[in-house]
Design a protein around this ligand. Structure first.
Ligand code: BGC
Length: 406
């Protein structure tokens, strides 16, 4: 993939998906692996993931399920605390296992896309102040180097950080996630600047170890609009949400990103409020069609965000996450079709989209919501630890088959 977007209409245009388009699913170590409570900060939190989906032991089985969808890519993450459970202590066997996972993906024709940090921190890093301590950047660099030493040869695609400002928001403003601080604006900013440096450090290390690697962050960018287009307060909020959110993070790190990793979930209409504890914002969704988590389903927003990213960054985009909490699986098939249509529409308007990774392969641990929300193409019976196929699998499989034949 060229870091700089080049328009080759022999490969795309007219809404066509490029031949080597990445069709895949995404998971995250803490949410599926199981056994991470021992070394990760979430292990001391409530709720916690416990055995999760036992992906750590059963990854071959899950990768078979991914392959059965007709996908050609798989996004997974490495649990930093598992690999580096204490200062200067390295669990190389764990890294070997991650390498085996990548090999098992390749064996099935799935391009491995590795995320280095997806929300959880080793307990010992957390005890030192986590990302608000500048030392975390150095330790992250050490962890990235060790990881590259074992896994580097097997993966070309790397996502350094997943949704950094979503994590900052929950960890330092709402307190819903570890470290559980509320309205800690100063630490929010300090940790944000350390995360920017962590990305840059990791980017340089990955490029050095593997010059042909393709590296970025996964940014959560929803489609936000002012509730009242004429209202200066509403318009200001949209700007501020962008700049303090993952979009602003991307702006700061764009020179160190080969592509844009986009996680798109929903839509917000935002209205000015005088409550500073709510960031002066109220969301005014009309809640026409929502997910089980109340998130408004708004596929055309994905198209709009893609066109906007193309205008602002001029880089290829991989949709690194997109999905819906839908236990009954009544809305997911249409959700998938409509979001992929929106991508197709954005491509026909010139956006350079190179992949779509659905969140998620299988139901998993949904952070502060525990195991309630069901994001999986495959459902999960946690008591029997048994995944089962949902109707959405067929919808996704058919779509991939149809679109990759174009
Ligand atoms: C995160 C995932 C999460 C998903 C659904 C994304 O923000 O990267 O970890 O499960 O959204 O909430």
């Amino acid at each position: 993939m060229q870091a700089v977007r080049e328009k080759s209409d022999t490969q795309r245009g007219g809404g066509m998906f490029p031949k080597d388009f990445l069709w895949g699913t995404s998971v995250c170590s803490y949410q599926v692996e199981g056994g991470n409570d021992k070394w990760s900060d979430w292990g001391a939190w409530n709720p916690r993931a416990g055995a999760a989906c036992d992906f750590w032991n059963r990854y071959e089985e899950y990768l078979d399920l991914a392959k059965a969808l007709g996908t050609n890519a798989f996004r997974f993450s490495i649990e930093w605390g598992r690999v580096n459970p204490a200062s200067n202590v390295w669990n190389l066997e764990a890294l070997e296992r991650y390498k085996d996972m990548a090999l098992a993906m390749k064996k099935r024709g799935l391009e491995p896309i590795v995320t280095l940090w997806h929300f959880t921190l080793p307990k010992w890093i957390e005890a030192q102040g986590g990302w608000s301590n500048r030392d975390a950047v150095k330790h992250f660099g050490e962890y990235v180097e060790k990881t590259l030493g074992i896994l580097g040869g097997e993966a070309r695609y790397w996502i350094t950080l997943n949704e950094p400002t979503i994590w900052l928001h929950h960890g330092y403003i709402t307190g819903e996630w570890p470290p559980g601080e509320k309205y800690a604006f100063f630490r929010f900013l300090r940790a944000r600047s350390n995360l920017v440096n962590a990305h840059k450090t990791a980017y340089a290390l990955i490029k050095k170890a593997r010059p042909d690697s393709i590296v970025s962050v996964a940014a959560n960018i929803s489609f936000d609009e002012p509730h009242r287009k004429w209202h200066p307060g509403d318009r200001f909020l949209i700007w501020a949400m962008r700049m303090f959110g993952d979009y602003g993070f991307l702006k700061e790190t764009a020179d160190f990103c080969d592509f844009v990793g986009l996680n798109y979930y929903f839509h917000n209409r935002v209205s000015w409020s005088w409550n500073p504890l709510r960031y002066f914002a109220r969301t005014m969704n009309e809640n026409r069609v929502v997910s089980d988590l109340g998130w408004e389903i708004f596929p055309s927003g994905l198209g709009k965000v893609l066109v906007e990213l193309d205008r602002d960054f001029r880089k290829p985009v991989i949709v690194a996450e997109n999905g819906i909490a839908d236990a009954a699986d009544g809305k997911r098939p249409e959700f998938i079709v409509s979001h992929i249509n929106a991508i197709q529409d954005a491509i026909s308007r010139g956006a350079d989209v190179r992949g779509y990774l659905h969140w998620s392969l299988v139901d998993n641990f949904e952070w502060a919501h525990g195991f309630g929300p069901r994001f999986g193409l495959y459902g999960m019976d946690y008591k029997k630890m048994q995944p089962h196929e949902r109707g959405s699998c067929k919808a996704f499989r058919n779509l991939i088959r149809e679109l990759s034949q174009n």
